[in-house]
Write a protein that binds this ligand. Structure first.
Ligand SMILES: [Zn+2]
Length: 255
């Protein structure tokens, strides 16, 4: 005679098929897209647990279908299920959408600076521990950018992205594309040091803070509303401008 418990367990024992699409295939050592894999169920298990056991962080997951019905990560798969898993995509656009805000782990300092130069809200502190990043992301509704999949597996992290590229420009390209940031880019509107917003400042009010040559050659100045750092279009600006122009139009009359 079979007890009630063991019959529940056997209901959840068997093979399921998981088909990962798009950017999620990055987490498998294969070039296939879509990528089909199989998983042996041994007990009642949530889909979140299964995909993370396979190395795919849950915040990168968008739509999921099982046998053509839409489900979410709390679903408990049954033997024979064919589950399609798609990457999360920023589908909102237009006036209702708020510009996405980010928090970056402490290996992504250069990416942080580039995002801020493009005017994107990017929170970063090299002293943050993983727990701080997860907590701030949840409290301030920020998207976590990291190269650490363990950080994205934390339950409190709702939205995040595992940065694939090694160099900061590749990383920036990825993030701009992944989160459809183009409509939100406002180059040179944010302080690269502290993330504060820049505001125009009258030269006369800051004359005493300028070096003699800067005072002589430049007339347009901005100041960070948070850290008071003063910015002008000097040699540093000329170096950065071509990089920023890959992503956004710079209107020199306005900036
Ligand atoms: Zn600042």
């Amino acid at each position: 005679m079979i007890s009630a418990n063991s019959s529940i367990e056997s209901t959840y024992r068997g093979e399921i098929t998981l088909i990962f699409h798009g950017g999620l295939t990055h987490f498998f050592k294969s070039k296939d897209d879509p990528l089909e894999t199989h998983f042996q169920l041994r007990e009642k298990t949530s889909l979140k647990h299964i995909v993370e056991a396979l190395g795919v962080p849950h915040p990168e997951i968008g739509n999921i279908t099982v046998n053509q019905t839409i489900i979410n990560l709390t679903y408990h798969p049954l033997p024979g299920d064919i589950i399609h898993i798609y990457p999360w995509q920023n589908e909102k656009s237009g006036e209702e959408a708020h510009p996405p805000k980010f928090i970056l782990d402490n290996h992504l300092g250069k990416l942080t600076v580039y995002l801020r130069l493009l005017g994107i809200d990017a929170c970063y502190n090299h002293n943050f521990e993983d727990a701080d990043i997860a907590r701030i992301a949840a409290e301030q509704n920020r998207i976590v950018l990291t190269r650490d999949r363990g950080l994205l597996k934390r339950k409190v992290v709702q939205c995040g992205y595992c940065v694939r590229g090694d160099d900061p420009i590749t990383q920036l390209t990825e993030v701009v594309q992944q989160f459809s940031l183009s409509p939100y880019l406002k180059p040179f509107s944010r302080c690269p040091r502290c993330n504060g917003l820049l505001e125009k400042v009258d030269k006369q009010t800051i004359l005493d803070q300028l070096l003699p040559l800067t005072r002589l050659y430049y007339n347009d100045f901005s100041r960070c509303s948070q850290c008071n750092q003063i910015y002008w279009k000097g040699s540093h600006y000329d170096r950065i401008k071509p990089i920023i122009q890959r992503f956004a139009v710079i209107n020199d009359e306005e900036t």
